[in-house]
Design a protein around this ligand. Structure first.
Ligand SMILES: Nc1ncnc2c1ncn2[C@@H]1O[C@H](COP(=O)(O)OP(=O)(O)OP(=O)(O)O)[C@@H](O)[C@H]1O
Length: 668
């Protein structure tokens, strides 16, 4: 077809006998330096074992025999494209008559450019020979094929391929029959013969007689299914003739490749079919440089973290792959796309794309479209943005750590918990002040209880948040972040005013005596809010010890004695440390920080009723534990019940039912 022939090319003789076996394109032998007097070896063409090639195609290149129909569709469309613009060319059309009965023939007809006798010999029977490369042997971008192997895929379903063709150039019609045993025949057909068989218009007919056992793929249901899968968006109508006499046109408009501002119901239905649920949104995609258009559907559920979304790719309307996983950037796990492209190049299997600059550029552009969607969603539809973030926040957080590109545009919109409530990084950054965060949820809870509203503390305790916060100065230059601990915060709390300090110290001693058996020490400080009587303070070591105690209470035997030994070892370490730090005084079960500004605490300081003070302090202690989300030990549960019982007795004037409680100072 106007293509330069290799030097040793000889067109096959037109004959009704088997000609020569198909061969690879002539590849010159690797020249070796000839021995001094030897005659140079004659160069010979490679021989091809067709069975081996078909085996290679079916096992290693194509995903399965079903692709035979895709290859036929693609050849039909290419032939129609090649005829476009020729005088008198009719509108392109493809017709498929499935094999209606076992042993019957499948007939695939196009009204494309057709083939001459010389062309069938050259193009159909030379593996690797294609008319779809230009003079520089580059693939033509307006053709779907290029490798010169596609037709061989029909051998996966049939032992013979019979091609009847009439060239648009006016040459006589021709029949080519290729056999899976590696031979083929070519002969020109007489017009009378063609007339008797029902005529043959310009174009090509491929006839396949399905091999026993492969009938499913060539049956009416099989063909309808494959034609709709591969040819749903081809630019020419594809008609499938049904057994009852009717026909079905399987090709239609690629809705997903049209520009849109609001997704139509039809487009959303396609998204539903693709992801199995109503998409959260549809994003138009367009990369002019590679002729790529499509739609990204945002998943309404969280996929497994790091999972890359497979994209459905069409090559000029023909399905290339349902699951191309390298067309989107890695971070775009939240969107499933369907695109049609004319500028990306398929591999020989036509089931994936060649990794080249065009693919890289397209990936970058598609990523940019998704980023723009997130960025503009904030202004356009904040409710949808917050739904999106709540569905995908975990995966987004994990990716932010590895992907600077994603981090830059996504971090500002991520929700984050602070002592002032839920907010976004963007709001926090707007304040301009350093971002203060607690490393653990527990530390955050303790600090949040006393943090001033104008100096909020961030909860860095949930998965990935501390890491993201630590990376912020690098991601958003100019940002200052600092960690805060409960010990630092306690140190910054006000001590009671000088004039009241003796009272506060007395209260501290009395309260500490009341909690002695619970291993909890007491501190008196002034802090907001006034309504909060006390805080329970525990550092990580204390928390671990409390957890061990609960485990001991729940378990028994060997495990309990192991935990006891850990406690003993830590006790002796602690008493040594206390000696070293000269009187630093934090109980093994934490510290109760009473709020000097609180009414109840002030009333206790003024009261001389030691019984009432001891019981009330124990109630306040349990209240502080609960507010700090600490699980109660058995001893604390008992302490609460006893203290409340005593308070009831005292208020009823019955005197205290002292039970197991320790004596309050001055009680004896
Ligand atoms: N229906 C057809 N009409 C006209 N020519 C055809 C038709 N089918 C095949 N051919 C010719 O036969 C050649 C080989 O076809 P084949 O399907 O093996 O490979 P290809 O389409 O060129 O490349 P690929 O392997 O990428 O499909 C084509 O390049 C084309 O010239």
């Amino acid at each position: 077809m106007g293509e330069e022939k290799p030097a040793d090319f000889t067109p096959p003789a037109v004959s009704d006998k088997p000609l020569r076996p198909p061969r690879l394109s002539q590849v010159p032998a690797i020249p070796e330096p000839p021995p001094a007097e030897a005659t140079p070896p004659a160069s010979r063409p490679f021989q091809v074992d067709l069975r081996g090639i078909v085996d290679l195609l079916s096992r290693s290149i194509y995903s399965g025999p079903q692709v035979y129909l895709r290859e036929l569709l693609q050849n039909g469309v290419d032939a129609i494209t090649a005829r476009e613009g020729m005088p008198g060319a009719p509108p392109g059309a493809i017709r498929i008559t499935p094999a209606h009965t076992p042993g019957g023939e499948l007939v695939f007809t196009d009204n494309g450019i057709g083939l001459t006798a010389a062309e069938v010999g050259e193009l159909l029977a030379t593996v690797g020979r294609s008319s779809k490369r230009d003079v520089l042997d580059l693939p033509r971008t307006d053709r779907l094929g290029q490798f010169g192997i596609g037709l061989l895929s029909c051998f996966m379903v049939s032992d013979d391929i019979r091609v009847l063709s009439r060239s648009a150039g006016g040459e006589p019609p021709v029949e080519w029959v290729g056999s899976a045993d590696g031979t083929f025949t070519v002969r020109e057909l007489l017009e009378s013969e063609v007339e008797a068989a029902g005529g043959l218009a310009v174009g090509t007919q491929v006839r396949l007689r399905p091999r026993a056992g492969d009938g499913e793929l060539t049956s009416p249901t099989g063909v309808l299914d494959l034609a709709s899968r591969y040819g749903a968006y081809l630019p020419v109508p594809v008609r499938v003739y049904l057994p009852g006499g009717g026909e079905q046109i399987v090709s239609g408009e690629p809705l997903f490749a049209q520009p849109f501002t609001h997704a139509s119901p039809g487009l959303m239905a396609l998204g539903r079919e693709l992801i199995g649920a109503d998409p959260l949104d549809a994003i138009p995609l367009h990369v002019p440089a590679t002729g790529t258009r499509g739609t990204a559907f945002v998943l309404p559920f969280a996929p497994s973290p790091g999972a890359r979304q497979a994209t459905r790719v069409y090559l000029r309307g023909m399905l290339l792959s349902e699951r191309t996983d390298d067309l989107l950037p890695e971070w775009a796990f939240f969107a499933r796309c369907v695109v049609d492209t004319s500028g990306l190049r398929p591999t020989a299997s036509r089931e994936s794309l060649i990794q080249d600059d065009a693919l890289e550029e397209t990936r970058a552009e598609l990523g940019a479209a998704l980023r723009r969607w997130v960025a503009t969603l904030a202004n356009r539809d904040p409710v949808r943005l917050s739904t999106f973030l709540s569905v995908h926040h975990l995966a987004l957080r994990s990716l932010v750590l590895h992907d600077d590109e994603l981090a830059g545009f996504i971090v500002p919109w991520l929700p984050i918990e602070t002592s002032n409530g839920q907010t976004t990084y963007r709001e926090l950054l707007r304040r301009g002040a350093p971002l203060r965060f607690a490393e653990t949820v527990d530390e955050f809870r303790q600090i949040a209880a006393i943090a001033r509203p104008d100096a909020p503390v961030i909860n860095g305790g949930y998965v990935y948040d501390s890491d993201i916060l630590r990376r912020l100065p690098e991601l958003i230059p100019g940002t200052v972040v600092e960690t805060v601990t409960i010990t630092d915060e306690l140190a910054s709390l006000d001590v009671p005013p000088l004039a009241e300090r003796p009272w506060a110290q007395r209260l501290q001693a009395r309260a500490e005596a009341a909690l002695k058996d619970l291993d909890c020490t007491v501190l008196v400080r002034s802090f907001a809010p006034d309504t909060l009587p006390a805080l329970h303070i525990a550092d990580a070591g204390v928390l671990r010890r409390l957890q061990r105690q609960r485990a001991k209470e729940a378990g028994s035997g060997m495990w309990a004695s192991i935990l006891q030994r850990i406690d003993d070892a830590q006790d002796s370490q602690k008493s040594q440390n206390q000696l070293d730090s000269e009187g630093e005084n934090v109980g093994a079960a934490g510290q109760l920080c009473l709020n000097w500004r609180n009414r109840l605490v002030r009333a206790l300081a003024e009261s001389d009723d030691e019984l009432l003070l001891a019981r009330t302090v124990r109630v306040v202690h349990v209240q502080a534990l609960l507010a700090a989300h600490r699980p109660l030990r058995a001893v604390e549960r008992a302490s609460l019940t006893d203290a409340l019982t005593d308070i009831v007795h005292l208020s009823a004037g019955l005197g205290a039912d002292l039970g197991d409680m320790p004596d309050a100072p001055g009680e004896n």
